[in-house]
Write a new protein. Sequence first.
Length: 147
Amino acid sequence: MFSSMFQSSTIPLLEEVVTFSQSRHKVLAANIANLDTPGYEVRDLSVEDFQERLREAVAERRRPPIHPSLAGVAEGYLSPGEIGGRDRPLMAEISEDPKTILYHDKSNVGIEYQVTEMVKNQGRHNLALTLMSNQFQLLQTAISGRL
């Protein structure tokens, strides 16, 4: 009962956003940590790819349910509980970032760009956590029956 209640909300999607932003934060921090490493090339997780895959997962989730006898026929169909599941991760691949300058030591770590991306990533992370917290508060209010 509680499992379906959580899965029918936006909590699984918000969980994916939090997980992505945490992973991206680690990659961006590694870029800054290697600022003075000669030849180091910037890595990043593609926000655009993640958002596209998240949109696809939401579209699949909104598809009308099929009859239980045909459940195995629809390949790739996502039930509400599979959006944040391990069998279809939404994590984007690490990619080279062409948006920075290549310096004389062949590194391309621009501190200003990396810090700006970290700040934007932190904002995305905080927003997802705030929305998730609000979802839990709404569920708690609904369960307790009080306003």
